[in-house]
Design a protein around this ligand. Structure first.
Ligand code: OGA
Ligand code: MN
Length: 277
C-alpha cells in the first residue's frame, strides 16, 4: 500500500490495494497504522458491491447500524441492515422531497459531526463509498480535531480541561425540524463525554466537539452552548479542513475519534448516492 498526503496536517490517498478482495492481515495492519496517523484515507477507483463493502468493513470489527437501530427492518434499498443509505434516493427509485424525514437526516449530515458520538461505545471508523455523485457540490469535508486542540490558546485549554458535554442522537435533527417519537428518543439516551479526549490511535489530545453536543454539563445551557459554538468555530477554520471531491468508486475511511466531518450542499433534485458502513 502506498500513501500520498492530501493535506499538510492529515488525510492521505492510499493506493496499491484491491478492496474488492479479502484483505490480508499485513495490509489491514498497514491501513490501521495509516489511520492512526492520517485519520482519513482515500481509496480511488474501488467500485465495490454492497457485499464487498460490508466484507471489507467487517474486517475492522463489528458493524453498527447507527440510527437504523431506531426503526429496524424499515424499507431499504440494501440487503444488509448494517449498510447505511447516504443518498436522496427512495426505495422505489424516486428522489426524496426536501421535507421528507430522510432529507432532514441528509441535511443533518451537512452539520459538522462525528458519527454516533451520541452512543457509547461510538463507532471507531466510518467508510463511505460513492456510487452516484452530483455534478456540483456534495463534497465531504473533514477536520482534524487533534490539530484543532493543539492550536487552542493555552488559557482556553486550561478552561476546558475538566469539562464534559452531553451528546444526543436527535439534537441536530430536531434543530432541522425533525419530530422524533418518544419511543425513538427513549431508545438512544444521551451520553456524556469529556470535552478533551485522547485519541487512542496517536496518543494525541482531541477537541471533542460537533453537532450532536447539546450542552456542557458544568455550565448553564446558554453559556455552555456558546462555548461549544466558539470551540467548533475554532476547530473548523480552513487550515484544519480537508475537502474531498467525490469520484464514482471512491472509498473514504475516517476515524470518528479524531475527526469531524460534514457533507456540502448540492441540488437535491439530482441523485447523490453513497453507502456507509
Ligand atoms: C455520513 C455523512 C456526509 C456526506 O455518511 O456519515 O455524514 O457528505 N455524510 O454525505
Ligand atoms: Mn456522518
Amino acid at each position: 500500500m502506498q500513501l500520498k498526503p492530501l493535506h499538510p496536517l492529515f488525510a492521505a490517498e492510499a493506493s496499491g490495494v484491491d478492496l474488492a478482495r479479502p484483505v490480508d492481515a499485513g495490509t489491514m495492519r498497514a491501513v490501521d497504522d495509516a489511520m492512526d496517523k492520517y485519520a482519513v484515507l482515500v481509496f480511488r477507483g474501488q467500485p465495490l458491491t454492497e457485499d464487498q463493502q460490508v466484507a471489507f468493513a467487517s474486517s475492522f470489527g463489528t458493524l453498527d447500524a447507527g440510527l437504523k437501530k431506531l426503526n429496524p427492518g424499515a424499507a431499504s434499498r440494501f440487503r444488509h441492515e448494517v449498510t447505511i443509505d447516504i443518498s436522496n434516493v427512495r426505495p422505489d427509485g424516486g428522489l426524496h422531497g426536501a421535507a421528507d424525514r430522510k432529507s432532514i437526516s441528509n441535511f443533518a449530515n451537512q452539520l459538522w459531526h462525528s458519527d454516533s458520538s451520541f452512543e457509547r461505545p461510538a463507532a471507531k471508523y466510518s467508510m463511505l463509498h460513492a456510487v452516484v455523485v452530483p455534478a456540483k457540490g456534495g463534497q465531504t469535508e473533514y477536520v482534524d480535531l487533534r490539530a484543532a486542540y493543539d492550536a487552542l490558546p493555552g488559557d482556553l485549554k486550561d478552561e476546558i480541561a475538566n469539562l464534559h458535554s452531553v451528546h444526543a442522537a436527535m439534537h441536530s435533527r430536531i434543530w432541522l425540524g425533525d419530530k422524533p417519537t418518544e419511543a425513538e428518543l427513549a431508545k438512544m439516551p444521551p451520553v456524556r463525554w469529556p470535552l478533551v479526549r485522547t485519541h487512542a490511535g496517536s496518543g494525541r489530545k482531541v477537541l471533542w466537539v460537533g453537532a450532536h453536543a447539546t450542552h456542557i454539563v458544568e455550565k448553564a445551557i446558554a453559556e455552555g452552548r456558546m462555548l461549544l459554538l466558539e470551540l467548533l468555530e475554532h476547530a473548523t477554520q480552513r487550515e484544519f479542513v480537508y475537502r474531498h471531491e467525490w469520484g464514482v468508486g471512491d472509498l473514504v475511511i475516517w476515524d470518528n475519534r479524531a475527526v469531524i466531518h460534514r457533507g456540502r450542499r448540492f441540488d437535491i433534485t439530482k441523485p447523490r448516492e453513497l453507502r456507509r458502513t
